[in-house]
Design a protein around this ligand. Structure first.
Ligand code: ZN
Length: 327
């Protein structure tokens, strides 16, 4: 996905090569957790009933974007799961999430609150915290469940006729009993991009409401009737006043806060002087690697950390993890 032909020395290609050398993984919340979503069974109530009752089936509760996590004896952190016969099914919404390579089937129960536990090992955690601790399999399950919960919470009424809708397809459809409409989970595409210039500097911006010193990549939602490449070019122009000449897709990350899919890009700037909009972005600056290192060292700049694709894009350009950068 390039808007101009390949040139051997393009700034974007330099970043892509540097990123490959750095070994920084492009994304975190995008799991390779080995779960087959088994979507073909979602409408088969008999199959779902048998899957639910099977002794190897595992269930966890999701509530308000959180689930219980616990540390194991060997120091890992996992989702608190239970067999279905222990699961508090009453009043709950049941989401079928899929099957792993061993044939274990996973369900999430959406409830008004998380179950209490007598021990003090388990604690509630949201995705941002859990993603840094859990295995890829557990992350994949939790992201799926939280995304469904967010969609269900915000789409209880039919967008055609206003009637209350009911859950179907093991949590993946809402049906309207009045007009027959079927509503499917929404995912809102957003673009997030690290813009580089010919001197291999990165453009980072500060949103108006961020804490002092916080800088990150630019980002924004794709508008109706727009390609994702057009969205990258428009957002960089709107937020930072910089023209983009080249756009290269890197990776994506589900971001269910409440329903985004972050599409990550490197982009090459054709103009240099940032001019911020002042409404969403209050400051945008070019950083060389050395300038960013010094600014982080002095505490002047707080880059994004953790599992966000913003942090991964910056690290891919920077050449090493931001949190583990040694100075
Ligand atoms: Zn309706």
């Amino acid at each position: 996905m390039r808007t101009t032909p390949d040139t051997p020395d393009s700034a974007v290609q330099n970043v892509v090569r540097a990123a490959a050398r750095s070994g920084v993984q492009p994304v975190a919340l995008t799991g390779t957790g080995g779960i087959d979503r088994d979507a073909g069974h979602r409408l088969d109530e008999a199959w779902l009933g048998a899957a639910w009752s099977h002794p190897t089936t595992r269930v966890f509760v999701v509530s308000g974007g959180q689930a219980l996590i616990e540390e194991t004896a060997d120091g890992r952190t996992e989702l608190v799961m239970m067999p279905s016969f222990d699961a508090p099914l009453t009043e709950a919404h049941r989401y079928f999430l899929g099957t792993d390579a061993e044939g274990v089937r996973y369900f999430a129960l959406q409830k008004d609150s998380l179950p209490g536990r007598m021990d003090e090992v388990a604690r509630p955690a949201g995705l941002r915290e859990a993603a840094a601790l859990l295995s890829e399999r557990d992350n994949e399950l939790l992201v799926h469940a939280v995304a469904l919960e967010n969609w269900q919470r915000l789409h209880r009424f039919c967008s055609r006729c206003g009637e209350r809708t009911v859950i179907a397809a093991a949590g993946h459809i809402r049906r309207c009993p009045a007009c027959g409409a079927e509503h499917y989970p929404r995912t809102d595409p957003a673009v997030i991009m690290l813009v580089v210039d010919e001197e291999d500097r990165a453009l980072l911006g500060r949103q108006v409401h961020w804490p002092k010193g916080r800088f990150s990549t630019l980002a924004g939602f794709v508008e109706p009737g727009e390609s994702i490449e057009q969205a990258v070019i428009r957002e960089v122009a709107e937020e930072a006043g910089v023209a983009v000449a080249e756009v290269e897709y890197v990776a994506s990350q589900p971001w269910p806060f409440p329903s985004s899919l972050m599409l990550g890009f490197f982009a090459r700037a054709a103009t240099s002087e940032p001019q911020v909009d002042g409404e969403e972005i209050e400051e945008a600056r070019w950083f060389s690697r050395e300038e960013l290192r010094e600014a982080m060292e002095s505490g002047e700049v707080l880059p994004p950390a953790g599992v966000s694709i913003a942090a991964r894009l910056i690290e891919m350009w920077y050449g090493k993890p931001l949190a583990a950068a040694s100075w």
